[in-house]
Ligand binder design. Structure first.
Ligand SMILES: O=P(O)(O)OC[C@H]1O[C@H](O[C@H]2O[C@H](CO)[C@@H](O)[C@H](O)[C@H]2O)[C@H](O)[C@@H](O)[C@@H]1O
Length: 283
């Protein structure tokens, strides 16, 4: 497959800059829904079978490759199979929306102290969910520095999520946390960091000359926003939406698709794009 053509002038400019000067290009990608197909149980999520090969084929040809995820970085590394891969020696995973970082070079995770509100909210949550009549099948994912409330396994995930939004927003506020919405999930996490801040800091750190960012979910809008702001300041960028229906037939996040320069067919489409870029850059 060739490289698909972006539908916007900014996207075309971003792609052209990446191809003209790949040694200054950063390729940054979300994990769930972008590199890894959406599945009902987050523990069972694994990178698309072609993802590691595609990433390791592209990484030596660009300035750097980063994964920017809401997952704890260690979990993304395990589920992605990213450790010890030839070609991915400099991979960086910005996890927990940028609050924690894993570097392939050291194999270590850098993580600040856990926000106390996460501990108190986590303790309160089981009783709280009972009291507000959360749908059967609603369940908690303990993420260490955050706690996520999932509804994908309930009979009506959208209705179950709607019921939770208001009460969980108040609970988060009471504990000094923010509520991060995602695909059939609401996460209580500390404020002050998001994928946009994390991505912008990383691009600055590595002296990026262009950026490609790919995502599929609401949490990726902050990264899209960062690329849009940086583009206005002169840094070329290409925004990619991983946009297929998932296993449950769930549609793409509409705002992400609207703001993207390119919509590809889910993780399979993202992998095909990475392979096409590596192919062109290897000529
Ligand atoms: O930033 P991401 O890499 O997209 O991570 C966001 C959240 O992803 C996970 O949940 C999502 O994927 C699950 C597995 O496919 C799916 O079951 C769930 O419905 C999705 O919301 C993860 O469980 C969360 O902790 C991440 O924050």
């Amino acid at each position: 497959m060739g490289i698909p053509t972006p539908t916007t002038p900014q996207g075309k400019e971003g792609l052209a800059a990446l191809l003209a000067e790949p040694g200054r290009a950063v390729v940054a990608l979300d994990f769930d829904g972008t590199l890894s197909p959406i599945v009902p149980d987050p523990d069972q999520a694994r990178a698309h079978p072609g993802a590691v090969r595609a990433l390791s084929g592209l990484a030596p040809r660009v300035r750097s490759v980063a994964v920017v995820t809401g997952r704890p970085p260690g979990v993304a590394v395990r589920h992605g199979g990213f450790a010890g891969v030839p070609g991915l020696e400099h991979l960086v995973v910005l996890g927990h929306y940028g609050a924690e970082r894993w570097d392939a070079v050291t194999g270590e995770v850098h993580a600040p102290a856990v926000h106390p509100g996460v501990l108190t909210a986590r303790a309160e949550l089981p009783g709280f969910l009972d009291r507000i009549g959360a749908w059967q099948g609603t369940w908690l994912e303990d993420k260490g520095r955050a706690v996520a409330v999932h509804t994908r396994r309930t009979e009506d995930p959208d209705a179950a999520l709607d019921l939770l939004k208001g009460p969980l927003g108040e609970l988060a506020e009471r504990h000094g946390l923010v509520l991060e919405p995602g695909r059939m999930v609401l996460e209580l996490r500390p404020p002050g960091m998001d994928k946009g801040v994390a991505l912008a800091e990383y691009l600055n750190e590595v002296g990026a000359g262009s950026v490609l960012y790919a995502g599929d979910d609401l949490g990726d809008l902050a990264a899209f926003g960062a690329v849009e702001r940086l583009r206005a300041e002169g840094l070329p960028g290409l925004l990619v939406c991983s946009g297929a229906l998932d296993e449950g037939g769930e549609p793409t996040v509409a705002e992400l698709a609207r703001r993207a320069d390119l919509v590809v067919d889910g993780p399979g489409g993202v992998v095909a794009l990475l392979e096409a870029l590596a192919d062109v850059l290897s000529i």
